[in-house]
Structure formats: C-alpha cells, structure tokens
Design a protein around this ligand. Structure first.
Ligand SMILES: *Cc1c(COP(=O)(O)O)cnc(C)c1O
Length: 836
C-alpha cells in the first residue's frame, strides 16, 4: 500500500508529524465543544449525558492516539523483543478516568467541564464497564496491561471482542436474574477497527497429505468453513510516561465466499442467515468462573483467538524478515493466561510447519521457547479438557498436531522412566477412557518454557499435587509469580482523598513504586495524620451509603463496622461461612447476648454462573437472611446484611475505599491467589482470612498482629478429609447448633419450604470438600477479635494504616517486573515525548 502523504513537500512522507494537542483546560474545552457540537451534532438542549461523555472521551482519546503512534514507532524502530499476553478475558472496566489519570489531565478536565456546567463525576459514571471477563483472572489481565505500559515494556494484549460481556445481575425475589450486557449499544469511543489487519480462520474440513518435490510429507487442511477475525485496538496508556500499548480484540465476521457458496446453490436467504454462525463466535463471553464447560462454541472462540493473534504476529514478521524464522524466538514471547488460549501451542506448530514449511524440530524449538503458561486454579473441575471427537470435527489438523506432540512427548517420558506405563497414562496429553479427551493444561506445560502459579502456596501445591509428574520431569520450568493489582486504578483513581493524603505525607513516588507506602509507618503515632486517615475512611463509607441509599430505601450506620465480601459466588469461597456468622450474630441479638456489642454492616456481592445451582441458592439465602434481619426492629443498627447486586469493576472502585474488614475466607488450598484481598488492603481494610492464596503473603507483609487469621491450613484440610464429621462438630457447639436449627426450621424461608435443604445438606455432609463447618468456631473467634479491635478506634486506625503501608508488594508493577526479569526478558523502551 502506498503511504499516505500528509504533507506533499516533506522529504519523508511516511513520517507524519502531527501537531501536539494541548493539555490545558482551554484546549480541552475547545475540543470538547467541537466534538459535541460538530461531530455529534448536539447543543445545550440535549437531555442525555451520554453525548457529553462521548465528546469528552473523543477529545481525550485523540491525546492518547498521539502517544500511541509514537510508542508504536519506537517499538518498530528499535525492532525490540516483545511479549504478547493472550487471554480470553480482559476485565477492563471503565476507561475515561484511567485515561485522564495517565495523561495527568484530571484537574484540567474537571475545571473545563465545570466551566461548561457539567459534573465530571457524572460523565465518568455514564461509561459502561467493559466487562469482558468473569473475575480475578480477567481483571489480572487488565492490571497487567496497565503495569506493562507504566514500566515501558513492549507488551500487547490479545483477546476477543465479545458483543455481550459478563451478564448484568438483577435480584428479583432474592434470586439472581441475568440480563444481557450490550455494552457496545452506544458505540465505543476508545476502540479503533482495523479491517486492514483482518485474518482468515479455518474450521472444520479435513486434512490431505502429499509428498512435495523434495520428498517431504506435506499436510494441507482443506474444505474448511472459514471466518474472518477483525481486530479492534484499544490504547493502554502508561502512567504519565508517554507510552501507550495496544490491546487488540478480535471480532468474528463472515467471509464473502461464505455466502456465495450457498447463493450459487440457490439458498440466498439461508446463506445470509448463515453469516450468524460466523458472527456468533464472538457474540458472548462464557460466564463460568473456575469451571470448565466443554461447549463447541467455546473451543471455536479459543481457536479464533490463538489463530488470529499468531497469524497477525507472523504476518508482521514475514513482512520484515521473509520466511527466515531463525531469530523469531529471540523477538517473541507469548504468555498464556490459563489454558484458555493454549491451543496456540498447536497452532504455532501448524503455521510454522504447514504454512511456512519449517521442519518439525525447528518449529518445536521455536514454539517451546516462546510459549509460557500461567495456571490459575487448583480445582480439578476447572481444568479444561476437550473431547477428541469434537476436536476432530472442528479442528482436524490441530488434533493431528497434538497427537504428534504427544507421541514425541511420551517418548521423552519413557526414555526417562522406562516401563512406567502408569506414569505414561497419567502424563499423556490424551486422557483415555470411554471417550478420549485432550488435556489442555498438559499441552500447555509440554509446549512452554515457563509454568507459573499465582501465589507462593499455589505454586508449591501445583508442584506437589496437580502437576507433580511434570515437575519431576522439568523442574526448571516451574516458578511463582504472586499476583498484584494496579495502584493507579485501585488506589489513586478510586480513592482520591486517601491518595492525596498519602502524597501530601510521603510524596507521589508511590504511584510507580508502591513499596514507598512503607514510609507511612512513621506516621502511625501522628495524631493529625491518624485523624485525617479515619476521616477519609468514614467519608468513603458515607459515599458508599449514599451510593446504595436509593436501592436500599434506608440508610446504613456509618459508625458500624463495614464487613465486606465481594467476589464471584462459589462454594470454595465460602460465602456460606459468612452467612453462618451473620445468623450467629442475629441469634445473639435475639437472645439478648449483646454485652460489648459492635455494630456491624455485612455487605456481600457477586455473580453466580447461570448454570451453578448451589451458587444461585447461596444468593437466595443471603437475600432471605438479609430480609429477616434488616426488618427486625429488635436488631436495628446492631446488624445489617446487604446483598450488593451486579458486582463489577466500577462497583468495586466504589466499594473498596469504604471497607473496614475484608473477608477472604476460602477453604485453605483452594483459592489460587485472590486479588480482591489486595485491593482492600491497599485501601486500608483489615483482612479476616484463612492461610490460602496470597492471604499468606498479605499476613507476612502486614504482620500477624494486623491480620485476623482463622481456620485449618491446606495440609490440615487435606488430612481431615479422611475423617471429617461435621455432624459431630455441630453437636459439640451450642452456638452452631442454634444457627443450624434456625436454618433447618425454615426461619428464613417460611413460605418456600425446603429451598435451602440442599445447602444445609452440603455443609453437613462428611464429603463436603469446602469444610465450612470445620472452620465455624475458629471463624467466630476471629470475628470476636475483630470486634474488640474495632471498638478501639485508635488501634483500628493504626492497623488500617499499617495494612496500607505494607501493601507495596501487591502492586502489579512488582509482579510484572518479576515476569519480565524471569520469563519475558524484555528491555524497557523509553518513548520520546517530543517527536513522532
Ligand atoms: C478484583 C476483582 C475480582 C477478584 O476478586 P477475588 O476476591 O480475588 O475473587 C473479581 N471481580 C471483580 C469485578 C474484581 O474487581
């Protein structure tokens, strides 16, 4: 394609020197007015805020685009090694306020909007969340992109542009109702469609083998039903450093021939309707968290992501280097976010061997030195397996390649352990049985040079348990990268008052070096500082009360302990244990056992996978218990239980500044890391938690005295399984007995007899994998220690400050530095702010 000449007289026409856009209030206001009045064609009579939001976003997006191009050119000119984060989920949330923070123009914009009679906060709240993920795994991907850009690392994200993101949750009669989330309804100002980079993706068909002129076997994949993958790019700005990286999301569309084939056979209408089959692929995000699903459409999604991204990268490579792949592995690295994109291992082999004619061994050397795999779960039910039959139908050539990888891999295993057939069966990439399955985690491990867990305990348990055989074979591949969260979104942007106090006290270095928060420790005895800290927390609680007031219809007591558990609803996260404690408190009030009472407001929020019966029933229980407690005049302000509907990123931004207590109460050994725990800690909440996931490291950093520990540890949970007897535990605990009796007699479901029977049976079963009953007493005791601590407000404030001060480790800047030093080995690129 010819380069577009912006300026005819310029000697290098392909370098387009754009005038710098102003960052001051006047320039921003002028651009806003131009977009609002001219591009969007609105005037002062327009009644919706949406267009003002859009005009402002366009003005700010332009400023990102300048830096985006500079970054792109800097990477290109330096021909640097790059990493690609492949993920089926990017839970980005909102973009506008983060963009303003990154550009350092929040205050200028605020003033410009004020001049125009607009409230910036209202515009910010007008933006729908980009909810392209389920929970922690997807949010981690978003925080990682933020840190990569802030560290100046050439890392781009690749994902899918779902038309419908995570469903929006309504609560009707205490039950979850799912509503489709059409987040693109009003357009998306932040993305740029790039039709010029679309890729063709094959599905179905069959393979053909022939011998080429040199006597080499060649396989072609023919008679396929193809679709296009069209990329949409979103800018990912670093924090005030001129770097803007790219998140490229693929949308599936029909090919032109797709229609034509059928049209020629006379089925015009059918063939147009068939377009839907193609476009369906990226229609909707699967709303399952920590659970495999096995649906054909999901496998199509995974392959489209892997194939489109790899073809995109290889096309760029071939454009510069031709078919010489000798240094491809020096310049590329692919981080697989769980097994979801792990079909990329086989797809890279296919592209290198079938399309570019590399010998198998050379292609394998490239693949297995560019792929790196992150595991996110210890739950066996979450490990992805794909039926071999489904694979053969949908991706016949990929299945052949996986079989070949497996044959060579098993040869390596049996060379190391001759005649150990049970080991071969255990380690095979193919699970044998009535039906065969492809074990995606094993494919990912075999094809990667790095395998990491996401917290210390999780990585250890992977090596000792789930992946033990693989650890014995390749110990050097295994490593840990404890998760984090970005302090820009999760402290600076969501808690501006606290951020301001911190900056006034220790300077603003913490924004890019969170370990500097430790300097706050010096101020725990400073009366004025502590007073201000407490004031800010109370204000954040009041904001949360105001935010919820309308839907609740009543006020919450700002002086009550705000006890918060927000996360996906899952049995292993044990929202049930939280409810048992609430019922116990209610029972105490009813019995008049309220000496030294601490008022408490328990907030629980989260979505259940639509097909997860138990999780949905837990939501119903929370709402029913809430109804009884909140309407009992005898309870009053002593205790409230609130279910927060439609938990999502933008909700968490309002929730975490206002939390006193963070509930991280999963069964030990089940939560890989957790990241909600980190957001709360950064915002000065104290944690009540088990020795699970990153809780262990949080407690290490905060100190035992600033953490409320309870429950069995992972080893004790393991050991107890053989002789777990919850009914005996209940019998020996009068408080627990009364709690169970209230549940069993239908106190919370007088009109829906028996609806909680399955929940009750599950925790009373000796086979309950989550051992809720086992931890009840220990949890109650820890909650008593919480109450005692909270009644001493000075002591509590100190503990709050110390938690925030100790949260430096949990910045994704630290996590990403570790990924880079130990896995990616990229050189940071300084983007010149001055010229294009
Ligand atoms: C941080 C976050 C999560 C992860 O929370 P956990 O408590 O670690 O499970 C899930 N969803 C949203 C919207 C988040 O912001």
């Amino acid at each position: 394609m010819a380069h577009i000449r912006f300026y005819k007289s310029q000697p290098k026409p392909h370098i387009t020197k754009l005038a710098e856009l102003g960052m001051d209030k006047e320039q921003l206001e002028a651009d806003f007015k131009r977009y609002y009045g001219h591009r969007l064609g609105r005037d002062e009579n327009c009644r919706t805020l949406n267009y003002a939001y859009q005009a402002l976003s366009m003005a700010i997006s332009d400023r990102l685009t300048e830096r985006w191009k500079r970054t792109y050119n800097a990477y290109k000119n330096q021909d640097c090694r790059k990493a690609y984060y492949l993920s089926m989920e990017f839970l980005m949330g909102r973009t506008l306020s983060n963009a303003m923070l990154s550009l350092g123009i929040h205050d200028a914009v605020d003033e410009a909007m004020y001049d125009l009679g607009l409230e910036l906060e209202e515009l910010v709240d007008n933006e729908p969340d980009a909810g392209l993920g389920n929970g922690g795994l997807g949010r981690l991907a978003a925080c990682f992109l933020d840190s990569c850009a802030t560290l100046g690392l050439p890392v781009n994200g690749y994902g899918l542009r779902y038309e419908y993101g995570m469903f929006s949750q309504d609560i009707v009669n205490g039950e979850q109702i799912e509503k489709p989330d059409h987040w693109l309804r009003n357009g998306n100002v932040w993305e740029i469609e790039r039709l010029e980079y679309r890729q063709r993706i094959k599905f179905g068909g069959r393979t053909e083998t022939r011998t080429d002129g040199n006597g080499v076997l060649r396989v072609s994949w023919v008679d396929t039903r193809d679709v296009y993958a069209v990329p949409f790019d979103t800018p990912i700005p670093g924090y005030q450093n001129g770097t803007v990286n790219t998140l490229r999301l693929w949308k599936a569309t029909a090919t032109d021939e797709f229609d034509l084939q059928e049209f020629n056979a006379g089925d015009y209408a059918e063939s147009v309707a068939e377009k839907n089959t193609a476009e369906n692929i990226t229609m909707v995000l699967y709303p399952n968290d920590a659970n495999e699903n096995g649906k054909a459409l999901r496998l199509r999604q995974q392959y489209l992501l892997a194939s489109a991204s790899l073809q995109d990268i290889i096309e760029t490579w071939v454009g510069r280097h031709g078919h010489d792949f000798a240094s491809f592995a020096d310049k590329h690295c692919f981080q697989l976010n769980d097994t979801h994109p792990s079909i990329a291992v086989a797809e890279l082999m296919r592209l290198l061997v079938d399309i570019y004619g590399l010998p198998w061994d050379k292609a394998w050397a490239i693949t297995s030195s560019t792929m790196a795999y992150t595991n996110h779960t210890l739950l066996p039910e979450a490990l992805e397996r794909w039926s071999v039959n489904l694979f053969r139908q949908l991706l016949p050539r990929l299945l052949e390649i996986i079989f070949e990888i497996n044959a060579r891999f098993l040869a390596e295993v049996s060379a190391r352990w001759p005649n150990d057939t049970s080991r071969l069966r255990r380690m095979s990439l193919i699970e044998e049985g009535r039906e065969q399955y492809v074990r995606m985690a094993y494919l990912a491990i075999a094809g990667s040079y790095s395998v990491n867990g996401v917290a210390q305990l999780h990585s250890e348990l992977l090596q000792k348990g789930l992946f033990r055989d693989f650890y014995e074979l390749w110990p050097h591949k295994f490593n840990n990268k404890t998760n984090g969260v970005t302090p820009r979104r999760w402290l600076a942007a969501c808690n501006p008052n606290l951020a301001e106090l911190i900056t006034k006290t220790i300077g603003d270095g913490w924004l890019t070096d969170l370990s500097q928060l430790q300097h706050l420790k010096r101020y725990v005895d400073d009366k004025a500082f502590c007073g201000r800290w407490r004031e800010i927390k109370q204000q954040a609680k009041q904001n949360l009360i105001d935010f919820k007031k309308q839907e609740l219809g009543f006020d919450l007591n700002v002086n009550a302990l705000f006890d918060v558990q927000v996360k996906r609803i899952h049995e292993y996260k044990r929202q049930l244990l939280n409810v048992l404690h609430v019922i116990h408190l209610y029972d105490r009030i009813k019995r008049g056992d309220t000496a030294n009472w601490t008022d408490r407001c328990v907030l629980i929020g989260g979505k259940a996978a639509p097909g997860y019966f138990m999780a949905k029933r837990i939501i119903k229980l929370i709402n029913n218990v809430s109804n009884v407690i909140n309407n009992d005049p005898q309870v009053g302000d002593k205790l409230k239980l609130i279910f927060l509907p439609n938990y999502r990123v933008s909700a968490m931004e309002k929730i975490c500044p206002g939390a006193d207590l963070s509930e991280q109460i999963s069964t030990a050994g089940k939560e890989a890391s957790g990241t909600g725990n980190m957001k709360f800690m950064m915002n000065g909440a104290l944690t009540i938690g088990t020795l699970d996931g990153a809780n262990i490291e949080i407690r290490e950093e905060a100190g035992d005295g600033n953490f409320f520990l309870f429950g069995l540890n992972a080893q004790e949970v393991e050991d107890l399984h053989h002789h777990y007897d919850p009914k005996a535990i209940i019998q020996q605990d009068a408080d627990l007995q009364r709690v169970m009796r209230l549940l069993e007699c239908g106190h919370f479901n007088p009109f829906e007899f028996g609806i909680f029977d399955t929940l009750i049976a599950s925790i009373k079963s000796p086979h309950d994998p989550w051992m809720t009953i086992a931890d009840f007493r220990s949890f109650i005791n820890a909650q008593k220690r919480v109450e005692t601590a909270y009644r001493d407000q000075e002591r509590w404030t100190k503990m709050s400050i110390l938690n925030c001060a100790a949260s430096g480790k949990f910045s994704t800047d630290r996590t990403i530095r570790e990924y880079n030093n130990e896995i990616w080995k990229l050189t940071p690129v300084i983007v010149d702010n001055g010229n294009v």
